[in-house]
Ligand binder design. Structure first.
Ligand code: NAD
Length: 355
């Protein structure tokens, strides 16, 4: 099959880890006899330098013609003096809006050989933690009316309509159907009107998915339960701000930020990126962990291209390399074999060709 992929490396380690993802994409192309056309586009700081804006129109147009999009990371000290709309991060917020990416999928997986890297005790993590957070990405308090009144009162409006809730709930249930068929909808319906509507619509949607077990949890309890009993969760479905906070909490349970991919998807497009930033402190030193970017490519294969076997092959290659004790610096422990970014990518690629 033929697919068009847009790669936006961005800034800092974004370039190194996106290159790692591209190597793995090419390896999959070779092994499974696909044709991937890879085009590069600027976003973030590099786009400001080259085009005077963090999101050039050309980048948007290229993304709209693609079958899948890989993003490295944006931002860095070079652009820290810029304000608001001029900043590199604005490129990321705007591309999500332009492409209608209202669903954010964030798996939080603790790999068995990395258990000791988790801040939680191994008996709490159990046999293997595997949670997927489904977060609403383009609505809620981050996008509501905001301002400062004459008397100095600052306000941010939290609102959701039925359509916004229904479409993300459907994504949540569809995700659960592909996993262990269990969903926890997180809200604050004891206090917030928008959460009461959220819960009502989620219950309505659940009637179309009788196989999926649904339960509801208040967000404060969910934050606690993630630390004391995380294995109870399969899919967590939640609104924008709660998902932002809970997904960062869940990601830290897994040990390293360099391990975790994410997908932002809408009706038509999908953008795949590591959850970490551009890590300017380690950029250009060949020490960044490329696994989050590589696993983002695996998510792209599965979610945007329907290439389940190919996505699973990438995940399996990562797991096998970790099982052999190969580690980048961020996940290094005594007795492991320390490798750089490029070597980690090569070893994962070699695994894929070895089967
Ligand atoms: P960061 O995620 O870039 O780095 C946090 C820490 O984690 C650093 O110590 C870094 O060295 C380490 N780290 C991150 N990714 C790693 C990897 N793959 N391998 C090994 N170590 C890794 O967050 P930050 O330092 O708060 O932000 C740096 C810049 O990135 C800022 O300009 C910020 O705005 C931007 N940022 C971008 C995104 C994005 O593009 N999606 C997300 C978050 C932050």
């Amino acid at each position: 099959m033929e697919y068009k992929i847009v790669v936006m490396p961005g800034d800092g380690i974004g370039k190194e880890i996106a290159e790692g993802a591209v190597s793995i994409i090419k390896k999959i192309e070779e092994k499974y006899k696909h044709k991937f056309t890879i085009n590069y586009a600027d976003i973030g700081g590099i786009a400001i330098d080259n085009h005077g804006t963090p999101l050039p129109q050309k980048t948007i147009d290229m993304c709209k013609e693609s079958d899948g999009i890989i993003l490295g990371a944006v931002g860095g000290p070079k652009w820290d003096h810029l304000n608001g709309d001029e900043r590199p991060e604005k490129g990321l917020l705007n591309i999500r809006k332009e492409l209608g990416l209202y669903t954010n999928l964030r798996p939080a997986i603790v790999y068995e050989p990395l258990k000791e890297a988790s801040p939680l005790k191994s008996e709490i993590i159990g046999e293997g933690l595997d949670i997927c957070i489904v977060r609403e990405l383009t609505g809620g308090i981050y996008f509501g009316e905001k301002g400062v009144k004459e008397d100095g009162t600052a306000y941010d409006v939290l609102s959701y309509n039925e359509k916004e809730i229904r479409r993300i709930a459907i994504k949540g249930f569809e995700t659960a159907m592909k996993r262990n068929k269990k969903i926890t909808s997180v809200d604050k319906s004891n206090v917030l009107e928008s959460s009461r509507l959220w819960r009502k619509i989620v219950i309505e949607v659940s009637r179309d998915y009788p196989e999926v077990e649904l339960n509801h949890m208040y967000v404060d309890n969910a934050a606690m339960q993630l630390l004391i009993n995380p294995t109870q969760f399969d899919v967590i479905l939640t609104m924008n701000m709660f998902g932002d906070i809970l997904s960062d909490e869940a990601s830290m349970i897994t040990g390293s930020i360099g391990m975790l991919p994410s997908a932002s998807i809408g009706e038509k497009y999908g953008l795949y990126e590591p959850i970490h930033g551009s890590a300017p402190d380690i950029a250009g030193q060949d020490i960044a962990n490329p696994i989050a970017a590589i696993l983002s490519a695996a998510m792209m294969f599965k979610h945007s291209m329907g290439l389940t076997e190919e996505g699973t092959a990438v995940e399996r290659a990562v797991e096998e390399v970790l099982n052999e004790g190969i580690r980048t610096r961020d996940i290094y422990t005594d007795s492991a074999k320390l490798v750089g970014t490029k070597e980690m990518v090569s070893l994962i690629a070699e695994k894929i060709s070895s089967w």
